[in-house]
Design a protein around this ligand. Sequence first.
Ligand code: CMC
Length: 391
Amino acid sequence: TGMFTYDPGFTSTASCDSALTFIDGEEGVLLHRGYPIGQLAEHSSFMEVSHLLLNGELPTREELDDFTYTITRHTMLHDQLRGFYQGFRRDAHPMAIMCGVVGALSAFYHDSTDISDPEHRKISSHRLIAKMPTIAAMAFKYSSGQPFLYPDNTLSYTGNFLRMTFGVPAEDYVVHPVIERALDRIFILHADHEQNASTSTVRLAGSSGANPFACIAAGIACLWGPAHGGANEAALNMLHEIGHPDRIPEYLARAKDKDDPFRLMGFGHRVYKNYDPRATVMQKTVREVFEALQVSDPVFDVALQLEEMALNDDYFIEKKLFPNVDFYSGVILSAIGFPTTMFTALFALARTVGWVAQWNEMISDPAQRIGRPRQLYTGPTKRDYVPVSER
Ligand code: CMC
């Protein structure tokens, strides 16, 4: 029937009003509440950007201290959840653990979560932002067989996460300021990105009035896929597989071959038809981290040369395919010491801020209704039931 607009993949459907994030894909512009992502990444902190996304404005000194203190107070996980981890195989993917543990939080904060009450929504949002580093670090510790570390609230949000991930009880862990800054910046770069697949998933799940912890678990599930957040893991695996600049042409040819499902991971974007502004910051951060740690990694050279060759290739020029946020992030994360399987978990940790900010915006919007897309039906027309003996 011609009653509905057919728009698979929602390329031209606005699902909501939003005052959070603006993207101009043609120009490669990304603004959070009006502030360019480059400026935020350079000068701000993840806590500031979280406050900005949640509350609409950059915090004053006092507001920032209050907000940071509030988040800090919620970093611990219910101790019963330690047992929950034991139910997973040691080789479980951290994203599988994240989906499960965040979903399970809904059972711990079930009755208190009256989502029509803004105060309740605020506490749920703070809990989620505060507990994600603890949950992600515990997923890592569980996989490596090391003991879980409790949060240390004298450290920054990002410093505390680094310690819970890489520290051990037997030794003091000293947070490296350059690593802390680089990771905090990576969190800023991932904080929000308007109505992407996982954010739309959170909004859709939340539109029925579901428990916010369950809604964020749904967002984590959607983020996991290689076309979305899983691309950072896939991109670094791809760079390793290419291994040497000599082999780049072979992979470029595969990416262009329509009979080969291979795609350049960390390349292309639904909205950006220009350089992803997050990739620019990411590339610069790789150099800073390498310099500070006095390390290098041959995959970075592969990445740089791959980018250059792709940007000069007619196929990529014609289709406007540029590096996205996931192209360089893995190079930094592995220099810091994260295994590739943790990359998407870090994306989920940072994107939680955007998810809860978008969820809050939706619930407080008077126009909010349950999300309920229609379809174009292509099945059989009405027919009568035939008993099994006559089929
Ligand atoms: N390598 C080779 N060809 C590509 C690529 C790529 N990475 N991306 C798109 N194309 C081609 C695609 O084959 C298609 O060609 P044609 O028109 O001839 O069929 C054309 O470009 C348009 O692609 P599409 O799949 O219709 O575009 P989309 O907007 O539906 O998909 C995308 C966007 C990001 C899923 C896609 O570019 C992709 O799969 N990229 C690789 C995965 C990736 O890096 N994802 C991360 C996205 S950014 C942040 C995040 O969400 O995590």
